[in-house]
Structures are given as structure tokens and as C-alpha cells.
Design a protein around this ligand. Sequence first.
Ligand code: OGA
Ligand code: NI
Length: 373
Amino acid sequence: MGVSDTDDYQATIQKSRDRMSDLKAFDDTKAGVKGLVDAGIAEVPQIFILPPKNRPEYSDTCGSQFNFPVIDLEGMNEDPIKHKEIVDKVRDASETWGFFQVVNHGIPTPVLEGMLRGTQEFFEQDIEVKKQYYTRDVTKKVAHISNFDLYTPSVPAANWRDSIFFSMAPNPPSPEEFPRPCREILMDYSKHVMELGKSLFELLSEGLGLNPSYLNNIDCTEGLSVLGHYYPACPQPELAIGTSKHSDNDFITVLLQDHIGGLQVLHQNQWVDVPPTPGALVVNIGDLLQLISNDKYVSVEHRVLANKVGPRISVACFFYTGPFPSSKLYGPITELLSEDNPPKYRATTVEDYTHYFRKKGLDGTSALLHFKI
Ligand code: OGA
Ligand code: NI
């Protein structure tokens, strides 16, 4: 190594030390991104600044010519003709987009609005109370966290987002452990989402040509985690990102978003907006359903843009048991395999998949690749 190489090396080391101490200082506030905004910052701090090649404006084209699929679930279990139409639409969207919106899904609008409000109230409550929930302990069933992958070296920049995690099934904590501002609505909303989830897995099973109860019988609805997100207004949205590009690591996700917008899905190599639609819910296929369907259904990458306007609230419900102990193996469903369609993945437990996904963080690559045969 020449002298200047050594200098470069020293400079790189110093830079990563500085970054580490900035991350730690941010984490130690336990006040999240909202804490920075409340303190009146006018510029995005370094730890949130994306390298130019990762910034949304530079890299991407927007596919405004596409119509994001919307499926009306009205009458799905009453009228056999409607039922078949709905199964066809769900199959088609799950194969081509990995995403769709549902309307007339049976969850009353006041419950949706209450869940968004309860989430917002959690983040906007007294900071000293909120801080008590801040933790990186992944075994906790209630956890407030900004950037679960904050310290992952391959993650280029922290996201402009705070989150609150709740494990709702199969073993929820006792109700007193839920924060007061969202306690009742969270339990009510989760019950509704669980019911909707069971119906969605019936439609998805039929779409695969399986018995309607197939995916419920293999326990796709055993686990439910709820993740409430708070995206504060961002002073320089072109330099940062709300949520980096990723695919979800569950069976399916049911997402509730408010009116602000910013969620985008990668479709035919273009980023397509998921339009905020009052009363609608967004459903997407996760990595584990792509794995067990042997790539018939696709787990598609999506992201959330940072925005001058805020806060934006969203609530993502993940069907899977997450990091909690599990021994059941999930591999490509035998009934779907043939000589022409051999298994593309090795089997894994949900626990192992989740650990791998979390360790990797949202670094822009898919965790599924690691399980490919
Ligand atoms: C997620 C996610 C999107 C949003 O939580 O996995 O993609 O709109 N959220 O917050
Ligand atoms: Ni997601």
C-alpha cells in the first residue's frame, strides 16, 4: 500500500466510525425521526442521505399508464358467479402484480379510520411515555423502533420513518401491554383483519387450484403482526426515502394507508403509485407465499417516498409468525409440482426466514434468493 492508499483507508475507517456514532446518537434519543422534526431541523441529517444512485428521481421512470388492480369483494361468498370472477381477479393480480387493492372487504370505515388515528396518537403522545416502548429487543411483543436495520452495514441510508410493532397472534401480550392511545382499536382492527385474511387465503388457495381451506390449513393465518408506521414531513424529500425498496417476508400483507400517498410498486420495471383510496385496503403477496407457490404468485418490491407533507400514517398487517420459535417447514406445495414444475426453493421455517431477512435488512436485494435451489 502506498501512502495515499493508507490515507484513503484511514479516511474510510474514520467515516464509518463517524457514521456509527451518528447512528448511535440518533438511536439514543429514542425519539425517532419525529424527534428531529420536532426539534426543528431544516436539513436532512447525513445518516438519512441516500447515495445519488439510490435516489428515486435519478434512477426511475414512473409507470403512470398502468392501472393498479382494484378488486370488489362484495358478495364473494354468496354468488357463485361473482365468486369465480373474484378468484380469477385475485389470481391474475397475484401472478402479475403481486399487489391489489380490495374494496367492500367487510371492515367498517370507522374501524379503519380509528386504527389510523390510534397509530398517529401513539406517535404524538408525550415523549417520555412513548420512549418507554423504544427497544431493539426482537423478542418483545410491543416495540417502538425507528429503522429495525439502522446498524446494518449494507443498508445505505436510514429511512425517514418511525414504527410501532405489535405481535397479535398466535400469542398476544396481555392488553395492558398495548399503549393506551391504540389499545382498544388495535385489538378490534386485528380481529377484523384476521377474518379478512382467512377469506383472502381461501381465494388465494382457489387461485392456485387447491381446496379453498388449503392455505388456512397449513397455518398461513396462524401468526399476525401489526406494524404502524409514522412518516414525518421531510424537509428535503429528494435526498431521503420513507421506506427503501423491499419485498415483504411473510405470506401476505394487508396494508392500510392514509390519504397522503407515496407507496410505489415495481411493475414491469417501472415504479407505479398505489393510489390512496378511502375505505380500501392494499393486499400484497409476501416472500413465503411466493416460495410455497413455487413462483406462481410473486412477492413484489415496493417502497415509500419521503414527502414534504406529513405525517403519513400506514398500518401493515403481516400474516406470519415472525421471529417467534417455529418448527414447521414450508417448501413448495407438493400438489403444485410436476416434472415440468420442479421445486425452485428449499424448505424453511418461518423463524429461520425471518432471522435471515432481518439480519440482511432492507439492502435492496431479495431474501428469497438465499433459499433458491
Ligand atoms: C411495510 C411496507 C408500506 C407503507 O411495512 O412492509 O411496505 O405504506 N409499508 O408504509
Ligand atoms: Ni412492505
